[in-house]
Design a protein around this ligand. Structure first.
Ligand SMILES: NC(=O)c1ccc[n+]([C@@H]2O[C@H](COP(=O)([O-])OP(=O)(O)OC[C@H]3O[C@@H](n4cnc5c(N)ncnc54)[C@H](OP(=O)(O)O)[C@@H]3O)[C@@H](O)[C@H]2O)c1
Length: 326
């Protein structure tokens, strides 16, 4: 099969499409013919050499999510048949024509979705749903602040928050992305150049503070976010594109009784990935079927243009998901 291979650590030019051996499903696995697969920041970190593949995933084939048709099933797998439309998250290996995944971790693709939309959904929506709903216990009418709101995860989070009856607010460094996020349910948004500009807009939007912050950015955004949270606020630290260190005011954590939770999906066990996927499917698949929820696809690249797909994401110009099709 054809697959993207990280030939050595480096820039987008180290990515090559090569013929490699097709993966073989184990007894509890399904083999999926990939029709579309989203790109993620973790693929870029893996390419540059800073984020090796987790155990059990191909060391040099990136790709953390897939949508496609079942092409084979292991001997212990029941209830999934060749030809079924499935999608889900993986530890790697999805930027290829075929991937094997544990059968317990797949979800069914709603009939209304195109392959390109389906490939844009799993990582963004499972990350947003798991962080906001499962871990932060976001409740109806709570206010949630989402940084990098025009990102793949950010736009999923806006829709997940609305689906749960909460009120999403967002920031971006790009004014155009705020405008484009409004139709997905954003209550209010602001273009801020950096974290130092957060306090006045947050005070205007939520004088008593935000109940939940989805911090997709890290760095100086984390302490700035803590400063605009309500009593018993929950900060979900999901991404570090603005930096991996910050100085925190511990008095604020203590006096406001804040909770800070860090989260990653890629390294989770099969059991945990299955649980996060089941929760996503339970709460959101009907919404995709009915048209209440939407995949947001920025651009679609053929596998052969994988380097351009990485460049697009690294430009920070993308709105929603960059998708790769084999
Ligand atoms: N923990 C997990 O399991 C998990 C899973 C998926 C993603 N993530 C993380 O979640 C975040 C979003 O992922 P994604 O794939 O949705 O990203 P994405 O679509 O590539 O969007 C990221 C956006 O972040 C903004 N940004 C980049 N550098 C920034 C900086 N220095 N300061 C402020 N904003 C900056 C840019 O938008 P603007 O500047 O135009 O606003 C950029 O377009 C990433 O940090 C990613 O690593 C974590």
């Amino acid at each position: 099969m054809r697959a993207v291979v990280i030939t050595r650590p480096g820039g987008p030019e180290v990515l090559e499409v090569r013929d490699v051996d097709a993966p073989q499903p184990g007894s509890d696995d399904v083999l999926v013919r990939v029709r579309a697969s989203g790109l993620n920041r973790a693929d870029i970190h893996q390419r540059t050499g800073g984020y090796p593949a987790p155990p059990g995933s191909p060391a040099d084939i990136p790709g953390l999510e897939y949508a496609g048709e079942v092409a084979g099933v292991g001997s212990n797998v029941h209830g999934i048949a060749v030809g079924d439309r499935v999608f889900g998250i993986a530890g790697g290996g999805a930027h290829a024509e075929l991937i094997t995944v544990p059968a317990r971790t797949v979800a069914r693709v709603p009939s209304t979705l195109s392959w390109e939309d389906a490939g844009a959904i799993p990582e963004a929506f499972i990350t947003a749903h798991d962080a906001l709903v499962t871990q932060a216990h976001l409740a109806r009418n709570e206010r949630v602040l989402i940084h990098a709101v025009g990102s793949g995860v950010g736009l999923a989070a806006v829709q997940v928050a609305r689906a749960m009856g909460a009120i999403p607010y967002g920031t971006s460094r790009t004014p155009d992305k705020i405008e484009r996020a409004m139709p997905f349910g954003l209550e209010r948004g602001a273009a801020i150049r950096d974290a130092s500009e957060l306090a006045p807009v947050a005070q205007d939007w939520a004088p008593n503070g935000f109940n939940v912050v989805l911090d997709l950015v890290g760095g100086a955004y984390t302490p700035a976010s803590m400063a605009v949270m309500s009593n018993k606020g929950r900060l979900m630290l999901v991404g570090l594109v603005a930096g991996a260190s910050a100085t925190l005011d511990l008095r604020r954590i203590l006096s406001r009784r804040l909770t800070i939770i860090g989260t990653v999906l890629r390294a989770r066990s099969v059991h945990e990935k299955a649980a996060a996927t089941d929760a996503f499917a339970r709460d959101l698949l009907d919404g995709f079927e009915s048209g209440a929820l939407h995949a947001v696809v920025d651009r679609v690249f053929p596998l052969a243009a994988i380097a351009d797909a990485h460049r697009r994401m690294e430009s920070n110009e993308s709105f929603g998901k960059v998708v790769v099709v084999p």
